[in-house]
Design a protein around this ligand. Structure first.
Ligand SMILES: CC(C)(COP(=O)(O)OP(=O)(O)OC[C@H]1O[C@@H](n2cnc3c(N)ncnc32)[C@H](O)[C@@H]1OP(=O)(O)O)[C@@H](O)C(=O)NCCC(=O)NCCS
Length: 164
């Protein structure tokens, strides 16, 4: 039985190349974006609470264990930018993305970040809805960011954490 959990990731350059290859195919399959290994290796994602890998602990550390990732980086003085966020198809819609988002929000509070921003394809309405429900709005249209067409820059304040 699959046993799935989020774990902290290392910097992309420190990942074994077989893992980056799995990241590459995840991006291709779930976002349609084509990346070279060198581009993934040079992404400036630190090892921190905003660098999360979704893994199947039963097959870890084989690269096939990778089921998703959230890669965010500190941005300007008080922001965080999500550079990549993807969950493999068979695990989408099961709250794994929400869990990673909530973890990132908590991390933003810890390091005193005020806003979250990201880029998303205009055609990817499901992801936009996910972000909109979490307080982000389209702030700019990106004409040349994606090869496949229009993109949006979405941005919003880091929400208060609900305490019960
Ligand atoms: C966008 C993405 C990261 C969200 O992660 P996720 O694990 O699928 O999201 P969740 O299950 O936590 O939440 C999905 C939302 O859709 C709803 N949902 C649940 N099951 C669903 C289903 N089968 N189909 C569609 N939506 C569903 C949930 O109720 C939830 O609603 P909420 O926003 O009100 O909480 C993920 O879907 C994904 O990887 N998509 C493809 C890649 C992508 O578009 N990445 C973003 C690039 S900017």
């Amino acid at each position: 039985m699959a046993d799935i959990q989020w774990i902290l990731g290392v910097e992309p350059a420190q990942m074994p190349i077989e893992w980056r290859e799995k990241v590459r195919s995840l991006f291709l399959e779930e976002t349609g974006e084509v990346y070279a290994d060198a581009s993934i290796a040079s992404l400036p994602i630190p090892a921190w609470e905003g660098n999360l890998l979704l893994v199947d602990v039963n097959t870890y550390p084989a690269p096939t264990a990778l089921k998703g990732l959230l890669w965010a980086l500190p941005f300007l003085e008080d922001g965080v930018r999500i550079a990549a966020f993807a969950i493999c198809r068979e695990l989408q819609g099961q709250a794994w993305g929400s869990k990673a988002w909530d973890h990132l929000v908590a991390a933003c509070h810890t390091v005193n970040k005020q806003f979250i921003q990201l880029e998303v394809k205009a055609a990817n309405t499901r992801a936009q809805e996910f972000y909109r429900r979490r307080g982000l709005e389209v702030e700019a249209h990106l004409e040349h960011y994606y090869q496949s067409g229009l993109g949006y820059m979405m941005k919003g304040p880091v929400p208060e954490i609900q305490r019960f």
